[in-house]
Design a protein around this ligand. Structure first.
Ligand code: A3P
Ligand code: 4NS
Length: 314
């Protein structure tokens, strides 16, 4: 993991507090790139992101924000390390798996810096919609795991995350946020276009398309699917270890997976913990009946013509 050992080395994210940045420095100005809302820092860095050089042995974990990225990262890391928990504790989630488009003010490490420094084989993370993925991933035929989660749970999770993460725009009230989400005016754009866009290309590339609700319903089945996709044989014993180590309750207590090593000026877990509920159907505790009906009507319009189906509870 990166540290401050040399004056030229870039800093890891958890060192941000040492820069004495105030909240106003973190709360991002936003800007659209190809109609997709991004932080200004990401949009300024867009040419470099677009030209990122993927490699054939890269594995990319692609998701819409809050769809279960971190969970999938932990499962993948455990599979790749044959269930060795110690090895998976080597660094924070965000240093183990560079988040390619995530751009921070220098001297902090941006996702591209981390990715370019990382020896192969690399596992990378992105929230980019399919048409914005750097083309080298297609050219190099890198494997991609896409995870989708139902819109209402994604929305509630994203809302609480936007409240606690000072690097994301202030979401306002839940009612206001529902409108922003429906309009796709949140970072990384429209949930509807994201899940449909990746769904439409899944059979044309090496893409494993998974659902959060399936992972929750039967983690063993879904972990086996991931292992098969990664061409890894895992014993029943290792499989059970992975199920345990990547369960919500265990990950919630794992500082290398729960983002608690970041200063509270970045993520304030007292507002809402990163590992919040992990429960399909939790949206029912937040949407009013009227909000839900209105959301569903708009949803049907936006998803018409797609054969993708989601479960909003299990
Ligand atoms: N092991 C696990 N099992 C189930 N859900 C998990 C999980 N680890 C993280 N999550 C949930 O995944 C969401 C975060 O997604 P991401 O990693 O893409 O940002 C949060 O959802 P909630 O806010 O609904 O609890 C978080 O609690
Ligand atoms: O660690 N970060 O910089 C970070 C982590 C998560 C994140 O958002 S998320 O949608 O990927 O959870 C944004 C920034």
């Amino acid at each position: 993991m990166c540290n401050l050992s040399s004056p030229h080395s870039k800093m890891s994210l958890e060192k941000m507090k040492d820069l004495h940045l105030g909240e106003q420095d973190l709360q991002p100005e936003t800007r659209e790139v190809n109609g997709i809302l991004m932080s200004k820092l990401m949009s300024d860095n867009w040419d470099k992101i677009w030209n990122f050089q993927a490699k054939p042995d890269d594995l990319l974990i692609a998701t819409y924000a809050k769809a279960g990225t971190t969970w999938t990262q932990e499962i993948v890391d455990m599979i790749q390390n044959d269930g060795d928990v110690q090895k998976c504790q080597r660094a924070n989630t965000y240093d183990r798996h560079p988040f390619i488009e995530w751009t921070l003010p220098p001297p902090l490490n941006s996702g591209l810096d981390l990715a370019n420094k990382m020896p192969s084989p690399r596992t990378l993370k992105t929230h980019l919609p399919v048409h914005m993925l750097p083309p080298s991933f297609w050219k190099e035929n890198s494997k991609i795991i896409y995870v989708a989660r139902n819109a209402k749970d994604c929305l509630v999770s994203y809302y609480y995350f936007s409240r606690m993460n000072k690097m994301l725009p202030d979401p306002g009230t839940l009612g206001e946020y529902i409108e922003q989400f429906k309009a796709g005016k949140v970072l990384w754009g429209s949930w509807y276009d994201h899940v449909k866009g990746w769904w439409d290309v899944k059979d044309q590339h090496r893409i494993l398309y998974l659902f959060y609700e399936d992972m929750k319903e039967d983690p063993k089945r879904e972990i086996k699917k991931i292992a098969k996709f990664l061409e890894k044989d895992i014993s029943e014993e290792v499989l059970n270890k992975i199920i345990y180590h990547t369960s919500f309750d265990v990950m919630k207590e794992n500082p290398m997976a729960n983002y608690t090593t970041l200063p509270s000026s970045i993520m304030d877990h007292s507002i809402s913990p990163f590992m919040r509920k992990g429960m399909p159907g939790d949206w029912k505790n937040y949407f009013t009946v009227a909000q839900s009906e209105d959301f569903d009507e708009d949803y049907r319009r936006k998803m018409a013509g797609s054969n993708i189906t989601f479960r909003t509870e299990i």
